[in-house]
Design a protein around this ligand. Structure first.
Ligand SMILES: [Zn+2]
Length: 69
C-alpha cells in the first residue's frame, strides 16, 4: 500500500502521537514530555524540546513569529 498523504487515524492503535520538535526535529514517541514547551503559532500547535524551548524562550515571550527561525 502506498499512501502519499498519511493521516492520523483516530481509531488507530497508537494512543499517543509522535511529537516532533518544530525547531530541531527531535522526535518524542508517546506524546510530548512535560519538559517540552507547546506554542501555538497561527492556530497550529507546535512543540519544542527542552533545548529549543530554552533557546527560544525570549522569542516566545516576545511573541515573535516563528518564521524568522
Ligand atoms: Zn528541539
Amino acid at each position: 500500500m502506498d499512501q502519499p498523504t498519511p493521516q492520523p487515524d483516530p481509531s488507530g492503535s497508537e494512543a499517543q502521537p509522535v511529537v516532533v520538535c518544530a525547531r530541531c526535529g527531535t522526535q518524542s514517541p508517546g506524546g510530548a514530555p512535560p519538559t517540552w514547551t507547546c506554542s501555538v503559532e497561527n492556530g497550529t500547535r507546535e512543540y519544542f524540546c527542552v533545548e529549543c524551548a530554552r533557546a527560544n524562550l525570549r522569542a516566545i515571550e516576545g511573541r515573535l513569529d516563528s518564521s524568522w527561525w
